[in-house]
Design a protein. Structure first.
Length: 287
């Protein structure tokens, strides 16, 4: 019995050890280093000075950074909600009505994820610019007399975020909708509830954890992304991801960039903790 248990423990260790080491080297240690860097001083020519200081965190009270954080949260919330509003009906129909072809449709939906994000973004640039598809079509239909300023606006950035994030919303929603209890839904119909009332009172609450899981999966990459605002925003609209990138690469203020990164990580961990109180963390692994 002891030999069997020892063999089991050794086998489990063989499977767990590589992943544990990878997480330790690629996730935990870099995060600890960034956290330590946020309490260091700024070097005269960039980099850090190894002395304890909270200057970086005091700098976060500057209105410029607060404005960028507020803009990031607003745009991230807006794009996440739009992704869920667009993704939920599609996912519901696929999971409930087209069960036989559902897996194939999910696979087709995920194909854009494995293509170049920049190529997809530049396709939007071609569509949105003054001589692009949208302005050309509107002018030929005599709806407008001069090109609209679509590119380099908050609206175009939101559209870019939605097209980038939409596949990430569908998978946790699909996982949640697929697990719906048919007996509970049938009982609702038997008790006289119509389709709309059943959806509002029964189906929506049952899929609510999946909606929250999709929101978190969308929020995490959206709040830190910077290449979408660079390409579609033309560098005129700054989100927190752009500021972090600029602090490390341009301004060479590594402690400030690290402090901003720590704040983002803490905010994300807080969201995960709150979700763990109301939902199942397994739904976050739907991707």
């Amino acid at each position: 019995m002891t030999t069997s248990r020892s063999r089991f423990n050794f086998t489990a260790l063989v499977y767990i050890l590589p992943l544990t080491l990878a997480l330790l080297l690629l996730v935990v240690l870099p995060l600890l280093y960034v956290g330590a860097m946020s309490f260091m001083g700024r070097g005269a020519y960039g980099g850090t000075i190894r002395r304890f200081t909270v200057d970086a965190y005091e700098s976060l009270a500057d209105f410029t950074y607060l404005k960028a954080v507020g803009r990031s949260i607003c745009m991230t919330l807006k794009s996440s909600v739009l992704c869920i509003l667009l993704g939920y009906p599609f996912t519901f129909i696929v999971a409930r009505k087209w069960k036989k072809s559902g897996k194939l449709l999910m696979f087709l939906l995920m194909i854009p994820v494995y293509t170049s994000s920049l190529a997809r973004l530049y396709s939007l640039v071609i569509m949105f610019n003054s001589s692009g598809l949208i302005n050309t079509a509107l002018m030929k239909l005599h709806i407008i007399s001069s090109p609209l300023q679509i590119l380099y606006t908050n609206g175009s950035i939101t559209i870019g975020l939605v097209q980038y994030l939409l596949p990430f919303a569908v998978m946790p929603l699909y996982s949640s909708i697929e697990k719906l209890d048919e007996a509970t839904i049938e009982a609702s119909y038997d008790l006289g509830a119509g389709k709309i009332k059943t959806f509002i009172k029964v189906i929506l609450p049952m899929t609510f954890p999946g909606i929250i899981a999709a929101f978190i999966i969308l929020f995490v990459p959206a709040i830190g992304t910077y290449f979408i605002t660079d390409v579609i925003g033309g560098g005129t609209v700054y989100m927190i991801g752009n500021i972090i990138c600029n602090q490390f690469l341009s301004a060479r203020n590594w402690p400030l960039g690290a402090a901003l990164s720590v704040c983002v990580v803490i905010f994300i961990l807080l969201m995960l903790y709150l979700y763990s109180r109301i939902g199942n963390l397994d739904d976050l692994g739907a991707m």
